[in-house]
Design a protein around this ligand. Structure first.
Ligand SMILES: NC(=O)c1ccc[n+]([C@@H]2O[C@H](COP(=O)([O-])OP(=O)(O)OC[C@H]3O[C@@H](n4cnc5c(N)ncnc54)[C@H](O)[C@@H]3O)[C@@H](O)[C@H]2O)c1
Length: 450
């Protein structure tokens, strides 16, 4: 098939490249000329494991093209994919201007019957609105909802081995087209969910909000652990071994971030309000996430007996490991809070340093090497559980960090609970986890660790 994908970001780039690897002829279109120039130069504008090789292979194979214009050769495409951003507006509702701009472009360029596949995360009713927007097209275009569930950091493998693919279509013809498109992925039985566009749109928001609710609830429990002396690791294990609940997404931490959970939870709550249905659980998940960021800043402040005038190192600036994405990252929130309270912040991340610098400029010095970011700091805060941070040399960390004026050892705030408190303490450092009872955690057996 001949396919056009609008938006060469995290979703569009992976989807378009994946589809070309399945043998389709794909044009990736983006309004950002720098992004397209980089791609045509063989450079990959985002960090996503495995993506570079896949792009280069399909570029060499002549199936994958990048452009800021739709050439006449793609005006007869079989399908147009919309994968542009849907950021939150001031009230939390999704801003659909980019989606609608793409719809207008498709209406202008399409010269044969085709499907328009909405991969962007959009509120219920958007596919119908896009369908109405396409009314002026010269040819028949059917809009299909096909929300994306890829996880940054695992996006390539998620494309080829998705848990499920959801398709919301109104006609059998469109359903059949999407079935054929995804046939090479060999999705058995329930892994291909066929439904109507409105249910499909809601599935995406419901999935992300469900996961966000789990994280927020565990974060609230971690705060209760601090207040009561219970240990969040034990609570997680005890709760997660119930097969009805399961073990995933039960980790307390600095709060969820990224370009999806914060925005989608708020967009779902806004959709509820617009339709006269207050989604109290979704609203509470969002508020609990905001509270966790405040709690973390207070925890650091307390551990250092005030951060004013202190230097603090952050390890992990991306919102999760294996990505360079810092959108809504806990590190962005914490760095802002610490700077506001008068601290100097130094950062390190294996991939996200340049994106973090785009946000903070010279306000945060980002170092190339993890240990170099420690020199002279009073505290190290671990915010992203990159593999390279999992087994650090605590003696070296101690050597580089600085004790407080009254001789208190430097503190490590482990916001992902990945280090053993006893090991940190043996190196002569103080340990602070999230909801971790120091007394019990020191004796924790290794299988209790993440
Ligand atoms: N990032 C994720 O992990 C993820 C996962 C699932 C779903 N989603 C959803 O997918 C959508 C895209 O997310 P993303 O993270 O890939 O966004 P992104 O910001 O990385 O990429 C969006 C791209 O669209 C381009 N663009 C904007 N307007 C355009 C236009 N009119 N025509 C063509 N290109 C245009 C931008 O230049 C940018 O390159 C969002 O709705 C998001 O919620 C994202």
């Amino acid at each position: 098939m001949r396919l056009v994908v609008f938006g060469a970001g995290y979703v569009g780039l992976v989807t378009g490249t994946g589809l070309s690897d399945l043998g389709h002829e794909v044009l990736l279109y983006d309004i950002d000329p720098d992004r397209i120039a980089k791609l045509n130069d063989g450079r990959v504008p985002i960090y996503e494991p495995g993506l570079g090789d896949l792009i280069h292979r399909n570029q060499r194979g002549g199936r994958l093209h990048f452009a800021t214009e739709i050439p006449a050769s793609f005006a007869d495409a079989d399908a147009y994919f919309i994968a542009v951003g849907t950021p939150p507006g001031p009230d939390g509702a999704a801003d659909l201007s980019a989606v609608m701009a793409v719809a207008d472009t498709i209406a202008k360029v399409a010269t044969r019957k085709a499907v328009v596949v909405v991969k962007s995360t959009v509120p219920v009713g958007t596919c119908d609105a896009v369908q109405a927007r396409l009314a002026g097209a010269k040819v028949s275009l059917e809009v299909v909802s096909n929300p994306e569930f890829l996880k940054e950091g695992d996006a390539v493998s998620d494309f080829f081995k998705p848990d499920r693919v959801v398709v919301g279509a109104r006609s059998d013809e469109a359903r059949q087209m999407l079935r054929e498109l995804y046939a090479p992925l060999q999705l058995s039985g329930e892994r291909l969910v066929m439904t109507d566009p409105r249910s499909s749109e809601l599935i995406k928001y419901a999935s992300n909000t469900m996961l966000a609710i789990r994280i927020s609830f565990m974060n609230e429990l971690s705060r209760l652990c601090h207040a009561t002396g219970a240990d969040i690791h034990a609570v997680r294990l005890g709760v997660g071994t119930d097969s009805r609940i399961g073990k995933k997404f039960l980790y307390a931490g600095p709060g969820y971030g990224g370009s999806c959970f914060p925005k989608d939870v708020q967009a779902l709550a806004a959709l509820g309000r617009e339709n006269g249905v207050q989604l109290k659980v979704a609203e509470a998940a969002h508020q609990a996430n905001e509270d966790q960021a405040v709690f973390l800043a207070q925890l650091v402040d307390k551990a250092l007996e005030g951060v004013m005038g202190k230097q603090i190192t952050l390890w992990g600036l991306a919102f999760k490991p294996e990505t360079d994405d810092v959108r809504e990252s806990p590190a962005v929130k914490l760095a802002s809070a610490l700077i506001e309270r008068g601290a100097t912040v130094i950062g390190h991340d294996p991939e996200a340093g340049p994106n973090f610098t785009k946000v903070f400029g010279s306000k945060v010095a980002v170092k190339e090497r993890d240990y170099d970011a420690l020199d002279g700091s009073h505290a190290l805060i671990l915010l992203t559980e990159w593999r390279s941070y999992r087994a650090p040399n605590f003696a070296e960390i101690k050597r580089r960090l600085k004790a407080s004026a009254d001789g208190m050892p430097p503190v490590l705030v482990d916001a992902r609970n990945i280090w053993r408190p006893s090991e940190v303490q043996r190196a002569g450092l103080r340990y602070q986890g999230i909801g971790v009872s120091l007394h019990r955690a020191a004796d924790r057996p290794s299988q209790v660790l993440v």
